[in-house]
Design a protein around this ligand. Structure first.
Ligand SMILES: C[S@@+](CC[C@H](N)C(=O)[O-])C[C@H]1O[C@@H](n2cnc3c(N)ncnc32)[C@H](O)[C@@H]1O
Length: 103
């Protein structure tokens, strides 16, 4: 949601596996003038320390990327690490299909 619509401070959002950028494009469009405040981080989320050094976020989102873990046995530690990046009261979203692509 755009910060102006929320009537509060801008949110820090982490997208995991941005790839070609379907989701990040939507996020940036919603941010409007704040969209320039973007940082790209290269990290391999199949590695145990993929989240090392990252700050905390209001939201952690991912779209069509978790399958890149390649086996469900990696999922629990992945979600635990993603959850550790959330600020208190933050939220996370993981989607394996894209509504934009289905439309
Ligand atoms: C299907 S694309 C994701 C689509 C993207 N979320 C979107 O909305 O357009 C999967 C992406 O996951 C990322 N990815 C693949 N393996 C990864 C890994 N081991 N660690 C981190 N990211 C990875 C790559 O950026 C790849 O493009």
């Amino acid at each position: 949601m755009p910060p102006s619509s929320r009537g509060c401070a801008p949110a820090a959002v982490l997208e995991l596996g941005s790839g070609p950028g379907w989701l990040v494009q939507r996020i940036l469009e919603s941010l409007g003038p704040l969209a320039h405040r973007v940082r790209f981080v290269e990290s391999d989320f199949t590695k145990p320390d993929w989240h090392a050094g990252l700050p905390k976020y209001h939201a952690v989102v991912t779209l069509q990327a978790v399958h890149e873990l390649r086996h469900k046995r990696h999922a629990a530690s992945f979600y635990k690490a993603a959850g550790s990046l959330l600020l208190s009261g933050g939220c996370s979203s993981c989607a394996i299909t894209s509504a934009a692509r289905q439309a």
